[in-house]
Design a protein around this ligand. Structure first.
Ligand SMILES: [Fe+2]
Length: 503
């Protein structure tokens, strides 16, 4: 423990210096001596000592001032003063000024060694304590940072897993990633497996024209490099990196850059890039870690959304099979759903409804009678009047249709239209008996064109009527069963585009 422990002794008396030298060297310390305060201070400037022992009464500089001067360079140094004029007051003053201890002359060697040993041990303990504190603080800071990062990533994960709509997921990812690493630009590029090119699927901070025109061959540019090598990249200055292909990024505002691969089931499906750190700063490894975290969450969300889309498609196919089955059951409805859908879309367009509405109306038209698959063929194809019980059975078809579409989240609007397509404008329809604007516009349209197509088509229980007769019938029930505005719009359409209604 004494090995390598160095002590500076400052005393103007030769005999004292020699005495210290003998005792301390004998005990294994490395000792340096100085005969004046100035000499002592000079030694301390050139070497690091663990302990200073100085005579209090020095001819050139006072012992306390010597220690003060040395401590200015090395605040950690321990110090002991020697005094022949021992008084409690001197000692207390000295200790108050940060002196570790004092020894009175004359002293015994074992007393000196005891005090020196205590001073050295105390210094080591103090240093160990400081290191421990520093480690604790470092760890706490690191832990805090990790917790913060995790909570940010968790929030992003929650946000992107709250939707199964891929484009919404992409939008959240680029916006949050840009915020997270303080980037002006963030882009998700996906690989087109056929053309072997990367294209920008979604971006934050890039204009539409750039997004649409950017196509990067998979073996070119920095994004291509990341995709091929399946490695994250952090670059201080993109302009100076040989992997960066200027030709493909002519308008790209380049400086600091991070790119991470987007990996799905072990395969790279694209790249997430962030570029242009705000305030002209440079991205660091912490940013890289965060972006890699986002890429992992993104991959999971994309996979879930893709699985969901796949499920939806399979379900839609099953519905198409059901619709076909209905056609087989009732030959006379063969074109009915198709006609209803077409007429309804024509009216919706004429009324200037939104694209979303029109799309829902189109689907609802095609699927509005889907629930009739559960109705017995004898009832569906019955030539005579239906009994009360049979009529109730037929009425169930609206709920059954809605029920079939329920698992398809995106079919909510369609489902609502179908549920209400037998409601009457003036009230008294089924299943709810709601009226006027309580009935969704799509359902009011389907109700009119459903009746219209039925009237002008052949049915098991009656002959088909002419378009003029159908119009008369609709006008008769306008305001009662049908929305007058829709009836008027249909009549207008028949006059304007008669070819649409020629069967
Ligand atoms: Fe119906």
């Amino acid at each position: 423990m004494k090995q390598g422990t160095s002590i500076l002794v400052i005393d103007d008396m030769d005999v004292m210096r020699n005495l210290f030298m003998d005792i301390l060297t004998e005990a294994g310390y490395k000792v340096t001596v100085a005969s004046t305060g100035k000499e002592g201070i000079d030694h301390a400037k050139k070497n690091i000592f663990d302990l200073i022992i100085t005579d209090l009464k020095m001819p050139d500089i006072d012992g306390l001032q010597i220690i003060e001067a040395i401590k200015r360079n090395d605040p950690e140094v321990m110090s002991i003063i020697i005094t022949a004029y021992a008084s409690v007051k001197t000692a207390q003053d000295a200790l108050r000024k940060g002196i570790f201890d004092y020894i009175t002359k004359p002293f015994e060697s074992k007393n000196l060694l005891f005090i020196v040993d205590r001073a050295i041990k105390s210094k080591k303990l103090k240093r160990a304590n400081q290191q421990l504190m520093k480690n604790l603080i470092d760890q706490k800071v690191k832990l805090q940072e990790e917790v913060e990062d995790l909570s940010i990533l968790y929030k992003i994960k929650q946000e992107i897993s709250s939707t199964l709509e891929l484009n919404t997921i992409f939008e959240i990812i680029v916006n949050r990633a840009a915020d997270l690493v303080d980037a002006e630009i963030c882009a998700i590029l996906l690989i087109n497996p056929e053309s072997k090119e990367l294209f920008i699927q979604w971006a934050h901070g890039l204009n539409k024209e750039y997004i649409e025109s950017t196509k990067v061959p998979i073996n070119e540019g920095i994004s291509g490099w990341i995709a091929v090598n399946n490695k994250a990249v952090i670059i201080e200055d993109l302009e100076k990196d040989s992997r960066f292909n200027k030709r493909t990024h002519e308008n790209y505002y380049a400086n600091s850059f991070i790119g991470v691969p987007l990996i799905l089931k072990g395969e790279v499906i694209g790249v997430i890039n962030t570029n242009a750190k705000r305030l002209k700063n440079t991205f660091n490894n912490h940013d890289l870690g965060l972006l890699s975290g986002v890429a992992m969450e993104a991959a999971i969300a994309i996979e879930h959304a893709a699985q969901y889309k796949d499920l939806q498609n399979r379900y839609l196919k099953s519905i198409a099979v059901l619709a076909k089955a209905l056609d087989v059951k009732t030959k006379w409805t063969y074109n009915h759903s198709k006609n209803v859908s077409e007429y309804a879309v024509a009216i919706a367009k004429k009324l200037g409804l939104s694209r979303k509405h029109i799309e829902a109306i189109k689907q609802a038209g095609k699927l509005h009678d889907l629930g009739k698959v559960i109705i017995a063929d004898e009832i569906l194809n019955k030539k005579g009047k239906l009994t009360e019980e049979e009529r109730n059975k037929v009425r169930e078809h609206v709920q059954v249709s809605a029920e079939i579409l329920k698992p398809l989240g995106f079919m909510e609007d369609v489902s609502k239209i179908i549920m209400q397509h037998h409601e009457y404008y003036g009230g008294g329809g089924y299943p709810l008996g709601i009226q006027k604007r309580e009935i969704t516009i799509g359902a009011r349209i389907i109700a009119v064109v459903d009746a219209f197509d039925a009237i002008i088509s052949e049915r098991p229980y009656r002959k088909k009527a002419s378009i003029d007769e159908a119009i008369k019938e609709l006008e008769k029930f306008s305001g009662v069963q049908f929305d007058p505005k829709i009836v008027r719009t249909l009549i207008k359409l028949i006059k304007e585009k008669p070819e649409l209604f020629k069967r």
